[in-house]
Design a protein around this ligand. Structure first.
Ligand SMILES: [Zn+2]
Length: 307
């Protein structure tokens, strides 16, 4: 019977590894002070209605399907389409561009050639970045920075970049040859540790966890409020189901979620916020089906406006 005991021990160990690596990603029962919606609202409360943003737009620059259990622990529903996006907050006195997406080379490298890339969309993103009053990134990962780290006119965009120290420090590895254009490397960092108003109706707030430089961006238009959450979750169902990314993803990609407990607390906070504020539009960066649903509902518009 010794062999049977041995087999059971091995099976139990395998089940434990499977649970730990693939299934265990539950958000805690209570959030802390991860986000402060009241403070964001207060910062833009005095903005005159005619100065507020009129439109939130998204550019779908590329896409690649992923197994659902890799995007959200315990989700075995098949494949989900992961899209590579940037957002544009259109305002009467200038636009805010959020994120830099991917260029053609990045998509090819990240997806071994299987991913889709929209060259026209990326060109619109480059143009809109050059024309924006303010340019922000949700975080410093490879698929959120290319229209900044590899922009053909760094001197043009540099005065409009609103980047934190951890975000700037993360950029050189994504520049061609590993060297960031001096105009961008020398940008004075901003500090979003406490929420900061960027423009009428737009507030940024640091939310480290997924990366050291992760931030959230609150937007108030005349019609709605939004919270752009970058990659705190890869799919909206993570917030609904209170489940983060599986640990094996952080084993495969070590720069993902260096502060995993913080990410799980943020997921709890977003879950509670969604329940308390059903009209708030939460926008994760990669959930293709969810973003297209928001477009169909009229809360989001597809394609950037350029001058
Ligand atoms: Zn991403």
């Amino acid at each position: 019977m010794k062999w049977l005991v041995g087999l059971l021990v091995v099976l139990a160990a395998l089940a434990g590894v499977f649970w730990y690596g693939v299934l265990d990603a539950a958000a805690p029962g209570q959030a802390g002070d991860e986000f402060d919606l009241a403070a964001y609202r207060e910062l833009v409360a005095a903005d005159a209605p005619e100065t507020l943003p009129t439109d939130v737009r998204v550019e779908f620059v590329g896409s690649d399907p992923a197994p659902s259990f890799a995007t959200e622990a315990g989700a075995f529903g098949g494949e989900v389409m992961m899209t590579y996006t940037a957002f544009q907050i259109v305002g009467p006195n200038g636009n805010v561009v959020i994120d830099g997406a991917v260029d053609a080379d990045t998509v090819a490298e990240m997806t071994d050639g299987s991913g889709q890339f929209c060259a026209d969309c990326y060109q619109r993103l480059l143009d809109a970045t050059a024309q924006a009053a303010h340019v922000l990134i949700t975080h410093e990962d490879v698929d959120h920075v290319m229209s900044i780290a590899r922009h053909p006119a760094p001197e043009t965009i540099a005065p409009h970049l609103r980047l934190t120290r951890p975000q700037i420090d993360g950029l050189p590895q994504h520049a061609r040859g590993g060297v960031l254009a001096p105009a961008i490397a020398n940008v004075a960092p901003v500090d979003f540790t406490t929420p900061q108003r960027i423009a009428p109706g737009v507030v940024a707030h640091a939310a480290p966890g997924h990366t050291p430089g992760t931030i959230v961006i609150f937007v108030r238009t005349a019609a709605r409020e939004y919270l752009l959450v970058g990659d705190i979750v890869w799919v909206m169902s993570s917030i609904e189901n209170l489940r983060g990314r599986p640990r094996f993803i952080t084993w495969l990609i070590p720069q993902v979620d260096p502060d995993r407990p913080a990410v799980l607390r943020q997921i709890r906070a977003l879950h509670d916020m969604e329940e308390a504020e059903p009209d708030l539009v939460i926008l994760p960066a990669h959930d293709d089906a969810y973003l297209r649903q928001r477009i169909a509902e009229g809360a989001l518009a597809e394609g950037f406006a350029t001058q």
